[in-house]
Write a protein that binds this ligand. Structure first.
Ligand SMILES: Cc1ncc(COP(=O)(O)O)c(C=O)c1O
Length: 396
């Protein structure tokens, strides 16, 4: 009998996450003893707050180590609804909430529940590549709506409207945006909602960076009046509470969508980690001081990073209003030293200067690199200095 060789057609539609690839490449060099400054991962360098860690330890000691409901404990779903009400003035109930193993998992399950083969999902460009891959995995088609750098990558209702067709089933918005840091103003959100709701299109709002805004107040699409029946939130504790490894995300949605997500989990992952669920309750109900402190620290790092980039000839960077990424344009540097693309630029920068960044191609643009400023100030300064030297050494 020949050995089986065939994988499903479905699995070949997706690629390994670009940020994970950068992390793997950086880890390989580190294993060879190289000192790498890692601007790749979208991950806070700060530790999980002490009260949250203690809640996790307590959960283990109390033997809270068994299966829970597939869509998360009642206690955590209540805590998510309470926190959302306190932050955004909403009134969700646990039947409109499902807890997943991170925001990515929440998004994956939402799209699995909504999208059939051939359905179109509009996604502004540049965007987190996972959106595109998950939609493809569902058999859907992601329709990219390109924003303009000259307009600070603004996502507008008119841009969205131009990309809607009879096949559009959903729109995915991520504000603050990974990778551009663009934050959609509340009035524009209203217009976007008006455009989608009148055509019966789901508005999926990825709010994983919603608390990382450097101007104005955090915003949730669920606070748009009347939006509750068509808006679906994919939320996460990963960035807001420095809990990336704990894997807790959530869905806030009409009950049949939340139940569909829980049903899918009941046949796939089962519940999110029980210990992490207890820690998440503490994160949401305990002191929120951490969020304020983290934001103040990130603002300083953003300013430091921006100033450092602006001092490098050939690099131009707009000021991100949210999230923790800088998305500089490096077009004048392409073509030097046989570097033709941002992927090649990132490879050479890692190999020669020991700095890991994510190429813009991973987000659908051809002239940018993404730099995380959720790294220590020391690393930020060291990495930018290395970048400056690397650029200065590129032959014209
Ligand atoms: C835009 C966006 N959405 C969602 C996530 C999900 O994060 P997690 O799965 O850790 O909650 C990320 C993580 O980088 C992200 O950048």
């Amino acid at each position: 009998m020949p050995a089986p060789t065939r994988l499903s057609e479905r699995i070949s539609r997706i690629a390994v996450s670009a940020t994970m690839k950068v992390a793997t490449d950086a880890a390989k060099l580190r294993a060879r003893g190289r000192d790498i400054v890692d601007f790749g991962p979208g991950e806070p360098d700060l530790p999980t707050p002490a009260n949250v860690k203690l809640a996790g330890i307590r959960a283990i000691q109390d033997n809270f180590t068994r299966y829970t409901a597939a869509g998360g404990t009642q206690e955590l779903r209540e805590a998510i609804c309470e926190r959302h009400a306190a932050d955004f003035g909403t009134s969700y109930t646990p039947s409109e909430c499902a807890v997943s193993a991170g925001g990515k998992h929440a998004l994956f399950n939402i799209l699995q529940a909504l999208i059939d083969p051939g359905d179109e999902v509009v996604v502004p460009l540049p965007h987190w590549s996972t959106f595109h891959d998950i939609v493809s995995y569902c058999g859907g088609v992601s329709v990219h709506a390109p924003t303009e750098e000259a307009g600070a990558f603004a996502i507008t209702a008119s841009l969205i409207e131009r990309h809607l067709t009879d096949k559009t089933r959903a729109l995915i918005i991520n504000s603050p945006c990974n990778p551009t840091g663009e934050v959609i103003p509340a009035e524009e959100w209203e217009r976007i909602y008006a455009v989608t709701s009148k055509r019966g299109i789901w508005l999926i709002s990825d709010e994983c960076y919603s608390h990382l805004v450097y101007e104005g107040q955090p915003f949730s699409a669920t606070s748009i009046r009347g939006a509750r029946s068509t808006v679906i939130v994919a939320g996460s504790l990963s960035k807001t509470y420095a809990m990336t490894g704990w894997r807790i995300g959530y869905v806030l949605a009409p009950p049949r969508v939340a139940s569909a997500v829980a049903k899918l989990q009941s046949q796939s992952t089962s519940n999110p980690n029980s210990v992490a669920q207890k820690a998440a309750v503490e994160a949401l109900r305990g002191s929120q001081e951490f969020r304020t402190e983290m934001l103040a620290e990130y603002r300083q790092r953003r300013d430091l990073g921006l100033a450092g980039l602006q001092a490098i000839p050939g690099i131009r960077c707009h000021e991100p209003k949210g999230a923790f990424y800088l998305y500089p344009n490096i077009r004048p540097l392409l073509g030097r030293n046989w570097i033709q693309s941002t992927t090649q630029f990132a490879e050479q920068l890692l190999e020669q200067a020991g700095v890991a960044v994510v190429p813009g191609e991973a987000f659908g643009t051809t002239e940018h690199i993404r730099i995380t400023f959720a790294v220590s100030r020391r690393d930020l300064e060291r990495g930018l200095l290395r970048l400056k030297t690397f650029v200065a050494d590129l032959a014209e």
